[in-house]
Design a protein around this ligand. Sequence first.
Ligand SMILES: Nc1nc2c(ncn2[C@@H]2O[C@H](COP(=O)(O)OP(=O)(O)OP(=O)(O)O)[C@@H](O)[C@H]2O)c(=O)[nH]1
Ligand SMILES: [Zn+2]
Length: 341
Amino acid sequence: MAKRKLSRRQSWRIDKIQAERTARAQRREERTLEELDGSDLGSEQEGLVISHFGVQVEVEASSTELAGQRLRCYLRANLPALVTGDKVIWRAGNQGLGVIVAQLPRQSELCRPDMQGKLKPVAANIDQILIVFAPLPEPHANLIDRYLVAASHAGIKPILLLNKADLLGQDKTHKAKKLLDIYQKLGYSILQVSAYSGSGMQELENVLKERVSVVVGQSGVGKSSLINRLLPEAQAAVGALSELSGKGTHTTTTARLFYFPNGGSLIDSPGIREFGLAHVSIDDIEAGFIEFHPFLGRCRFRNCSHEHEPGCALLEAVAQGHISHERLTSFKSLTANLSER
Ligand SMILES: Nc1nc2c(ncn2[C@@H]2O[C@H](COP(=O)(O)OP(=O)(O)OP(=O)(O)O)[C@@H](O)[C@H]2O)c(=O)[nH]1
Ligand SMILES: [Zn+2]
């Protein structure tokens, strides 16, 4: 869309109209909430936030009598912003609407920077992060390590998922094999699957059971293909959401929770698939490189660049085979990015 430059007066008017519109919407919400609160509310019960729409959220009842039933709920004013995956206490009101009266503590949260660069939670209570990579496009250890750092920072179990295993026999796939070997030795959970041939999908379904997962990974590794196979309904929904929000703003699209037919659930949104590319600190990076722990802080020079210095503990660890060359390169690149900021 071509952007016309607005005069100061015009943009002031637009701001004013928008502010009035927001205020009206807010008053409407408050009235509905008052009406709901004034009506006979049902008893308190637990629920799960499936998605959110501005100030309302879609909640699924967790109790056995109502299990699976979903309804739109309003939030009491004292509540913090809720995200998909949050567990809440709610009460049913009239007109098929409900009121959320409390947020239950979160086991974990995924955060992303908002438009102002402030970290904000986008999903809660996630059990595992599936980091998808593939022989092609050639995997970057750097990016995988970045996801691992983010997972470690969030305190969520990472699972490395090599998709397109059907390509492993071919040329140009030695990088993937090498990385498989490195991460296997480090003790990470690894699965090899093919969204095409279906190999390994049974094991994957078992890993997804009874857990809440998110899927992340570089573009082109087959995240959509995998999710499509596991969950046709989610793919359609996420696709529709990204189209609606348009290019460039898709990272702000809210997440949604989907159930896998064979058990477990997925929280997904275009923004979540890119999770991990947000800001991390040097401490987060160091914590995420598990095999580096015995060697960190052991270099002779405090400001060691781990390039050529005598007495560099990390270079020695590489020479002795405790740290792989790839991981050191990736560590240096992640920390270098950090100091450039
Ligand atoms: N050989 C092979 N190709 C696959 C497999 N899974 C997906 N692909 C192909 O890889 C390409 C990328 O797949 P997508 O599912 O779009 O990848 P994505 O990770 O969702 O990509 P983005 O939407 O860009 O993030 C497509 O051409 C798929 O057909 C697989 O198991 N084997
Ligand atoms: Zn060093």
